[in-house]
Design a protein around this ligand. Sequence first.
Ligand code: GLU
Length: 280
Amino acid sequence: MSKGTPIVERFAPSPTGLLHLGHAYSAITAFQGARGGRFLLRIEDIDFNRSKPAFETQIFDDLHWLGIEWEQPVLRQSDRKPAYEAALKTLWDQNLIYPCECTRRDISIASAPQEGHETLLGPDGVIYPGTCRHKTRPEDYGKSALRLDMHQLNEAEFHFTDLERGQTTFSKQQAIDSIGDVVLARKDIGISYHLAVVLDDAFQGVTHVTRGADLFEATRIHVILQRILGLPTPIYRHHNLIRDDAGKRLAKRDDAKSIKSYREAGYSPSDLRKLMSLGS
Ligand code: GLU
């Protein structure tokens, strides 16, 4: 990003549950970070099994109530399928992805802890043992899940900047060892969060990504995808997670901490800001 480029921030919730205090924190911080620039809202509804229109309506309502304004029209991932398919085709033509037919059970058996070795977990769950990487490549990938072949990466080193943690550098070998061949297209929905988010941030010209620290490790996957697709890397800010009174991180399942339930209990937007230690 060159000096003087206007800031483009975004908030990208999934309409799979109620927004909670952690989402409010991300949305307000991103909105404030965009002052003088642009603020976008993106609805991440690619997981059609779990996304519900009622949650989307509630997201708009909660954000308005918090005093957040965004540009229209709102981008929905469900409208972006052709762009996702085109990117997968490009990666396939470059030999960077391969079909995978393994079930969760196959993967857990193949990566079961051996004596002296624990099962390795990466930002996307159990690190894939590579079973299908060694199979003969079919003519076409059909409807299988597709995995990124980390061994095929051209670059030896990757970098990104986080406003809270500074510069992070990692090598291709670290990506192979600690991330593994992540799924870029799930069999059920034909795409993954990682690829969609990278394509959408670039498509919308996002310069700054503000989100919870739970996604910090996944950012390494996003940076790899940006390099192989020739896309810019935004500046990231992964903020600390808001925790409940017992110190547990908030999840969508915890309806008790949802913005909706605070509203129903009579809290004002400024009460919520105080609760999150955010200035007005
Ligand atoms: N849609 C994701 C979520 O709701 C956030 C993705 C992101 O900010 O990159 O957890």
